[in-house]
Design a protein around this ligand. Structure first.
Ligand SMILES: Cc1cc2nc3c(=O)[nH]c(=O)nc-3n(C[C@H](O)[C@H](O)[C@H](O)COP(=O)(O)OP(=O)(O)OC[C@H]3O[C@@H](n4cnc5c(N)ncnc54)[C@H](O)[C@@H]3O)c2cc1C
Length: 306
């Protein structure tokens, strides 16, 4: 029996939702990507822990899927096991100023919960379309804030299936990076420390953040946000614009006219279109400015044999 079939029958046995050949275009904000060979959705941490252990036993490293808002999945799709974190949705106040939040909760729901409880500190994050687990993994940030400023710790399941706790100081959080990229752990619950504030003022700041996004970003098109990290001392979007690439298209993928740091799906783009455009942008910017752009969005999945 193939390792992936062993994982599938075990996941069914313990009650997880198990799906085969799920098109990833339906699970990513870019709306591109081929099928996930096996998608498992555990209902709770116990099921997740068991699945992680089984995967380790049969030699599979599962891919962890949050809200798919920072991903380009190849047209050939994802081999092996994808674990989808979206099923769990718990949020709670811990004392006066701390929130515990399941990793599958959306960042906007977390921000709404903070607002409802007059807690300030997450205004920067309003409008980031990820899950809280994905936001911690990426140390997502905007407008001078980032998750490292508000997180105190998290619960996670190690790649061996064991539940663990980590304090923020051990997470190696830096610009769009965390230790979870190296240790293979799955973040299950995030603890966030905020401070008491005035509800009207918090709402005003959240709405202002959203307005800035609406004005600057091509939110009416599918995308994965900024494609590249900010290079030292400049902005990727400005460099791309300077190289005359605004509006450049390959198939259905286009460098946004509104914000050159975004690549958008203008309709019917394939992952290959997006990846070819990323390569073209990198090459052109490097040749004309000497700056090597580093990708912020993650490219995952099988690739066609050249
Ligand atoms: C319109 C738009 C605007 C955006 N604006 C911003 C912005 O202002 N700032 C910013 O930082 N980002 C921004 N992004 C990018 C994206 O929303 C963030 O990176 C977000 O944090 C990704 O979360 P996700 O749940 O979608 O992760 P996914 O895209 O599903 O996954 C991203 C990575 O995280 C890993 N991962 C996800 N969940 C877990 C988990 N529970 N445990 C372990 N690993 C996990 C995945 O394996 C993958 O490697 C934007 C995207 C879009 C489309």
């Amino acid at each position: 029996m193939k390792a992936v079939d062993i994982a599938a029958s075990y996941a069914r046995e313990i009650g997880c939702t198990v799906q085969s050949d799920v098109p990833m275009s339906g699970y990513t904000t870019f709306k591109v990507g081929g099928p996930s060979e096996l998608m498992i959705t555990p209902r709770n941490d116990d099921e997740l822990s068991k699945i992680m252990k089984k995967c380790a036993d049969v030699g599979i490293s599962p891919f962890i899927l949050g809200n798919g808002s920072n991903l380009v999945v190849s047209d050939e799709g994802l081999e092996g096991v994808t674990i989808f974190m979206g099923a769990r949705d718990s949020l709670a106040l811990e004392g006066d100023e701390e929130i515990s939040c399941a990793a599958g909760v959306s960042v906007s729901r977390l921000c709404g919960f903070a607002l409802k409880n007059n807690l300030s500190g997450l205004e920067f994050a309003y409008g980031i379309p990820g899950s809280v687990g994905g936001a911690l993994y990426m140390n997502a940030g905007a407008y001078g804030g980032e998750f490292s400023h508000v997180v105190t710790g998290c619960e996670y399941i190690g790649s061996d299936g064991a539940p663990k706790f980590m304090k923020v100081g051990d997470m190696a959080l830096s610009y769009r990076r965390s230790v979870f990229a190296e240790n293979g752990g799955v973040i299950t619950k995030v603890f966030i420390k905020l401070c008491r504030g005035d509800g009207d003022e918090i709402r005003r700041r959240m709405n202002a953040t959203l307005e800035k996004r609406r004005q600057k970003q091509p939110l009416q098109y599918p995308s994965a946000g900024s494609v590249f990290k900010r290079p030292e001392g400049c902005f990727a979007g400005a460099l791309i614009e300077q190289c005359g690439l605004k509006g450049k298209s390959i198939g259905g993928a286009q460098v946004s006219e509104k914000h050159a740091g975004f690549i958008i799906n203008t309709g019917g783009a394939t992952a290959s279109d997006v990846l070819a455009l990323i390569e073209l942008v990198k090459k052109t910017v490097f040749e004309s400015t000497g700056v090597l752009l580093e990708q912020e969005i993650k490219t995952v999945g099988r690739r066609r044999e050249e």
